[in-house]
Design a protein around this ligand. Structure first.
Ligand code: 6YU
Length: 496
């Protein structure tokens, strides 16, 4: 029917696809996803390299199971893998790290008892960080997670009853090590950028961090429920004109049933819509928000976009002819001595890679993570240089001089990816707690409660930002806003 609203979704990542699914489910049939790339998925990007090698270039784990819709989907369709090995559960874990081997320069293996004792303290300290938000503890002597952990945990380690000086040194080195891990988990350069006050706003769902056999397959389950012609590829949106300028369409009975918004693509094609759901990454908004909207976004929203944290995290995949490592572990940690731990010059960029993960969906591949300036720097290097650098690093930490060169080295380049401009969002020091909701707030048609432009995507979810389930729920949230507006009546007229 002619009254059915036209909805344009900008971006075909998890948020956009979830929004479209919900709209279609509820009978809104004029739905178009405009995706700039030639593929959907965005920051979900699975690569299949031969029968035994599946690499995730973006999202990796399902963060928590209880109440996690992505976990439920994966479980229903047999896309979960149980990676926990018997006996592992007695050790303290951090995030997805369950059973790592901790190596020091020279190939020395750290005493597990020391690591576990450190992790016990560390986890307690992280809980204290979360409590600052949860219990609304007012003033803290420091602003950031980095300062808080260094100061409080540092104090605890110094005054601990470890009599052995070398145990203390080892634990101090582990503190530096896990601060690097946290930068990758949070998507920042340095934990001194992450707000202590709002750290606990992120809602860590209960249950393990789960591994999926294939993240893109989870997206495909949702994609299957949308008619294929709902998606237009290679449609980079460059301008969203959201207010009719000049003459008002006063001849129309309802302002909303004329297509009030125009979406212009780089190739010149213009789509007109009643509602536009923008799901581009926060990194893209940071770079382009002043030109993407006409008229420009309200100053308040622009200021929030600017304040919010969005950093670069990259992955490194080193594939070997045969694994040279002990496959019973899920990670090889490379723990530098405390004062060697952090890169002092750009040339020492590789020190930011705290560990290599071992994963049976790519059994001959080690997957490393690197964050921030060092991750950006790595993007400028050749694969040959990266390969050689990590080969010497692995030799140094395993003490094995005969490790052969990787047969393939691959890295991600999320920083220079113009459609992402980084990896995921975090709450930056100095952010107001409500910056996320300010960004998520729709732009309404003049003097109405009818949304013209809506915002979804990972960074617009105030509890689950930085995750796939956050993206998914944000897409549903914005679709539901329209479903509530129109009801699911046959002709799509607005509920009165
Ligand atoms: C998760 C994980 N994971 C690793 C790495 C990355 C991410 N995440 P999209 O970008 O997907 O879609 C937008 C689309 O828009 C895209 O297709 C563009 O091409 C398109 N577009 C852009 N501009 C356009 C234009 N102008 N016109 C048209 N189209 C345009 N999440 O659950 N588990 O393990 C990881 C990880 C390397 C890069 C991740 C993970 C994040 C997710 O990938 C991400 O949130 C969603 O996929 C985003 O979907 P979207 O639709 O919003 O955007 C306390 C505290 C601590 C906080 N940390 C705790 C959790 C830690 C999260 N860590 C993640 C870690 C990893 C390893």
């Amino acid at each position: 029917s002619s009254l059915a609203p036209h909805v344009v979704v900008v971006g075909g990542g998890m948020a956009g696809v979830a929004a479209a699914q919900r709209l279609v489910q509820e009978g809104l049939t004029h739905v178009k996803i405009l995706e700039a790339r030639d593929r959907v998925g965005g920051r979900i990007w699975t690569q299949y390299l031969g029968s035994d090698t599946t690499l995730e270039l973006g999202a990796n784990w399902i963060h928590g199971s209880i109440g996690n819709p992505i976990y439920e989907l994966a479980k229903q369709h047999g896309l979960l893998r149980d990676e926990v090995k018997p006996g592992d559960l007695d050790r303290p874990t951090v995030g997805e790290l369950k059973n790592g081997k901790f190596l020091m320069p020279g190939g020395k293996v750290m005493d597990e008892a020391v690591v576990d004792s450190f992790l016990q303290n560390y986890n307690e300290m992280i809980e204290e960080c979360c409590a600052v938000f949860e219990q609304g503890m007012p003033s803290q002597p420091v602003d950031s997670i980095g300062e808080f952990l260094s100061r409080e945990l540092g104090k605890q380690l110094v005054s601990s009853n470890d009599t052995d000086a070398s145990v203390k040194c080892t634990k101090m080195a582990l503190l530096q090590h896990f601060l690097k891990y946290e930068t990758c988990d949070n998507g920042c350069h340095d934990m001194r950028e992450v707000s202590l006050k709002y750290f606990g706003q992120y809602n860590e769902l209960e249950g393990d961090h789960n591994n999926t056999s294939d993240f893109s397959a989870i997206l495909d389950l949702i994609l299957k429920t949308i008619p294929p012609d709902c998606i237009a590829y290679n449609k980079k949106v460059q301008c969203i004109r959201w207010k009719e300028e000049g003459q008002k369409r006063s001849d129309s009975a309802h302002a909303y049933d004329t297509h009030g918004v125009e979406v212009e693509c780089e190739d010149g094609q213009v789509f007109s819509a009643d509602h536009v759901i923008v799901t581009v990454p926060l990194g893209f908004l940071k770079k382009n928000s002043r030109t993407l909207f006409q008229p420009p976004l309200p100053e308040e929203k622009l200021a929030s976009i600017e304040r919010m944290g969005f950093g670069v995290v990259n992955k490194i995949f080193l594939t070997f002819q045969e694994p040279f490592w002990d496959t019973e572990y899920d990670a090889l940690h490379l723990v530098w001595d405390q004062d060697e731990s952090n890169p002092k010059t750009p040339k020492e960029w590789y020190k930011k890679t705290y560990c290599f993960y071992i994963d049976s969906k790519a059994p001959k591949t080690l997957m490393g993570f690197i964050s921030g300036k060092e991750a950006e720097y790595m993007e400028t290097l050749s694969e040959e240089e990266i390969s050689n650098t990590f080969l010497s690093l692995l030799k140094k930490f395993t003490g094995k001089d005969d490790i052969p060169k990787p047969v393939r080295t691959m890295i991600t380049r999320w920083g220079s990816d113009a459609l992402t401009c980084g990896s995921y969002s975090y709450i930056h020091v100095g952010e107001k707690g409500d910056d996320i909701s300010t960004v998520a707030e729709p732009l309404y048609r003049d003097n109405t409660e009818v949304p013209a432009v809506q915002f979804a995507g990972e960074a617009t979810h105030s509890e689950f930002f930085s995750t796939v389930h956050g993206a998914y729920l944000s897409g549903q949230r914005e679709a539901n806003r329209l479903v509530n507006l129109y009801g699911n009546s046959e002709n799509g007229t607005r509920k009165s």
